[in-house]
Design a protein around this ligand. Sequence first.
Ligand SMILES: [Zn+2]
Ligand SMILES: [Zn+2]
Length: 247
Amino acid sequence: MDAAREQARVEATVGVPALHANDLAPSKSLFHLFYCLDQKLLVYITQHEFRPYDLFKLDTRVCQKADRSSGGLDTLLSCPGSHKDYPSLEDLLIPLLVYFEVLVAYLSTSSANASLVAALALGTTKYISHLTDLSRQYNLKWAFVLDYHWAYHGMRRLDMKDGFHDRWGAPDAELLLELIRHPQTRGSSSSGKSTAPLEEQPCWGWNSGKCKTSPCPDGRAHKCKICGSPEHVNKDCPKRGSAKSQT
Ligand SMILES: [Zn+2]
Ligand SMILES: [Zn+2]
């Protein structure tokens, strides 16, 4: 709960200053503050339409590299991201910090509720520490930590759409357990380089009852993440018990 300690840990991990709610002047326009970023991406973030897989598009290192080849940046911005765009913790944390900065800056300009802004800033800082801890704990299974992030991020995005900006940070033990019991099926490559197409991946939001719109706004499948049936969510899956006892 010690904000200063969390802050120091994050800075030590990623080598850049983590954000404070007070760092960003709410009077400046968002586009001005984040002039390096594609404006469309900024709008998606503020509307909570931004897809977690697209985080790498906020990584200036990736953008600068793409920009050096002609049309490279346009190609980068238009292609959907995937697991393979995040080979390491750093490749996730660097753009994730930018994403959080945009969220905090936008909330502080659009909401008069200073305590909500502070809760978002603290929650996101705690979440970075949480991810860092997980990657240490599961350092042989980075793909597992990534899967946890996609699901966690997807659910927070739905929360934020409903105005709950303060739900970042707390470890989701239930989600972790689910992932340990039912690891996400991936393509043949053990390096995590091939991934099932997005439309074949189960929507975590739907399974947890948060994603209520069909077809899925995320482009994922509204099907049970254990057996793949569209008839029920994972909690009601008849195979839930049997899969549990195998692990
Ligand atoms: Zn969905
Ligand atoms: Zn099922």
